[in-house]
Design a protein around this ligand. Structure first.
Ligand code: NDP
Length: 604
């Protein structure tokens, strides 16, 4: 082992100490409470800038087989898999003016998917589409959402620009009653909830935030009327504007290059730097497309998922920054095994190698900053000091060079954040930065109540509210349904699993829901409901496993992945998930379906 340490060109102890120090100076007692809800005085931050005002339609009082809540990829995949399972009468209800979900809202300049398009865009084989490039931009992704809507005939019944007020179970009818802001009172046999895990923008609770007299908006509601241009860039109205952007997460990394190119002056307020790896986009090779055989997309998705779950594979089909660490780790392990060193597979040894692989990766990321950014102090401030998956890794070739522009200033807040907002701009460390516009790239609510994020209440059997049922934390079977809420399914991160390729996870969940609905119909039942035992059993499984990698998350710098530095306290993204990971969860769900007993469910 000492031979291994001697051969390293870095000091792991020094890196560990630096990571810990950087985390410690960012830890804060208020955690999630540092943010303010986008409501009341701040409600305008969630107005839809992409639709013409004044849309009206007649209220609906009809009855359908399934209402799907949310027209993003989750809702679209659910509708597609239900259609394939024989369900015809499907209505998607969507707050926005079209399908697309997160890609409907997030059209900021430069918006692009960090996951390879061939595995991220759902239903490619079904819709006979191949993306133009390895990484799709927002426009192509939105167009694909519309393509799915057309292909599965989901437009004809869809309700856009419609916000649900309440979903209530009618016990004597075995139907859900869905009421909306359009005075609809429609009924449905089943409800599938897919309102998205990052759907509610959040603002930092900065003193004086309401006092700013200039222009301001959140990145998920980009104001092109103010900036000019489109998600492809060209923000020409900013030529005489001083702009501040708060936040340097995955969103800011993509829009900062466009702001830097067009603003008279851009101030980037940073609390924690992101890891910014190579993008390396390239056009789709038509010769490669000709080699694809049926089932290719699922195979590619599974290969990626297994790798990012930390399990080596014989080949790495996607080969990008997401799979780099594991690819390196796998190569090291394979070399040691080939040399007859069986200890390479010992779990502790694997974890140690994983950490070393991570140190190497992050050293590369930090070296890239030095190679790109000419001012030494700015370069130093842009270096991330934490393990790669502590925060969402990002991939971009234009972000770092933006800091070489004379009209761009990095305001590094040393882990503390902006001090306050004034009528004229932002203050940090006694300096007031006067600006015309503040852009909040401050992310989305995670860990707040599910019904608050969804924006309405679900009232189940006996008038019980879902917010009461989940007051002390979620309770479900497989994350998909809760006891007392029959014929209602949840897609997303509700006590199941998470993978970087979100639509893959949604497809596995949608397949599961479609299976349950089909079995309910085949067995000629009206109602399918999780039993109390089924729910309690899964809750115990989550409690037993969710803390599997708690130490890793506790060592991480704060962010929404670890409940803003409060990992294990129920508010972090991973606190309520199946610990063995997504590959294991998909296998568990598949086995449950294959057994055919619908264990934990009651059919009536
Ligand atoms: P994030 O939550 O990732 O980032 C919010 C940013 O705001 C962080 O840099 C945070 O700093 C900063 N911040 C918060 N409060 C303050 C403050 N008081 N002062 C200064 N800075 C502050 O939101 P994003 O919108 O960037 O990304 C959300 C998620 O959306 C991503 O993690 C990713 O999952 C997804 N996404 C995916 C993309 C894709 O390619 N598929 C592209 C874009 C986003 P700190 O880190 O210190 O908390």
């Amino acid at each position: 082992m000492n031979a291994v340490l001697d051969s390293l060109d870095f000091d792991p102890d020094a890196l560990r100490a630096r990571y810990r120090a950087e985390r410690d100076r960012r830890l804060r007692a208020d955690g999630n409470d540092q943010y303010v809800e986008v409501a009341a005085d701040f409600a305008r931050y969630i107005d839809d800038p992409y639709v013409d005002p004044g849309f009206t339609r007649s209220p609906l009082t009809d009855s359908v087989d399934v209402v799907v809540v949310g027209g993003g990829f989750g809702g679209l995949i659910a509708a597609a898999r239900l259609r394939e399972a024989g369900v015809q009468d499907i209505r998607i209800i969507e707050k926005g003016g079209d399908f697309g979900g997160t890609w409907y809202w997030n059209r900021y300049p430069g918006a692009q998917c960090d996951i390879e398009a061939y595995i991220y865009l759902p239903l490619l084989e079904e819709t006979n589409f191949v993306p133009k490039e390895k990484y799709s931009y927002a426009k192509e992704i939105r167009e694909h959402a519309a393509r799915i809507g057309e292909h599965y005939d989901l437009y004809s019944k869809a309700c856009f620009q419609t916000e649900i007020r309440e979903i209530r179970w009618l016990e004597d009818e075995n139907r859900w009653l869905i009421t909306t802001n359009r005075d609809d009172a429609m009924k449905a046999r089943y409800v599938v909830m897919s309102s998205g895990p990052l759907n509610r923008p959040k603002l930092p609770g900065l003193p004086g935030i309401a006092e700013f007299k200039g222009h301001s908006f959140h990145t998920s509601r980009w104001d092109y009327a103010y900036t000019g241009g489109s998600s492809e860039g060209g923000l020409t109205n900013l030529a005489d504007k001083r702009v501040a952007i708060i936040g340097t997460g995955a969103t800011a990394i993509q829009c900062v290059p466009h702001l830097g190119q067009h603003a008279k002056h851009l101030y980037v307020f940073q609390r924690t730097p992101s890891s910014v790896d190579l993008r390396g986009n390239r056009p789709t090779d038509p010769e490669w497309v000709k080699t694809l055989t049926p089932g290719w997309q699922k195979r590619r998705m599974r290969n990626f998922n297994t790798l990012v779950s930390g399990l080596p594979q014989d080949e790495d089909l996607v080969q990008d920054g997401w799979t780099d660490i594991i690819r390196n780790l796998g190569a090291g392990v394979a070399a040691r095994l080939a040399a007859g060193d069986a200890s390479a597979l010992d779990p502790h040894e694997l974890a140690r190698q994983m950490e070393l692989s991570d140190f190497r990766k992050m050293n590369q990321i930090r070296a890239r900053v030095d190679e790109t950014v000419t001012d030494a102090a700015t370069a130093e401030a842009l270096k991330p000091w934490y393990r790669q998956f502590c925060k969402r890794p990002t991939f971009n070739d234009d972000y770092l060079p933006t800091f070489n522009r004379p009209n761009v200033t990095l305001v590094d807040t040393l882990g503390r954040g902006v001090d306050r907002v004034t009528e004229k701009g932002l203050v940090f460390d006694g300096v007031e930065y006067e600006v015309d516009c503040i852009i909040f790239a401050t992310g989305f609510e995670v860990g707040t109540a599910y019904t608050r994020r969804a924006g309405f209440e679900i009232v189940g059997k006996g008038g019980r509210k879902l917010s009461d049922h989940w007051r002390d934390g979620m309770r479900t079977l497989h994350g998909l349904s809760a006891a007392g809420f029959p014929n209602c399914f949840h897609l997303g991160i509700t006590q199941n699993t998470l993978t970087p390729n979100f639509p893959h996870m949604l497809d596995e969940q949608a397949t599961h829901v479609a299976h349950v609905v089909r079995e309910t119909d085949l067995r000629q039942a009206q109602v399918v409901e999780v039993t109390a035992e089924g729910e309690a059993g899964w809750l115990q499984t989550i409690r037993d496993t969710a803390l599997n990698n708690l130490a890793f998350r506790q060592d991480c710098t704060p962010g929404y992945y670890n409940g803003e530095g409060h990992a294990g306290e129920g508010k972090g993204l991973f606190d309520n998930l199946y610990g063995p990971g997504s590959d294991a969860f998909f296998a568990l769900a598949r086995k449950w379906r294959d057994e055919g007993e619908l264990k934990g469910l009651e059919l009536r």
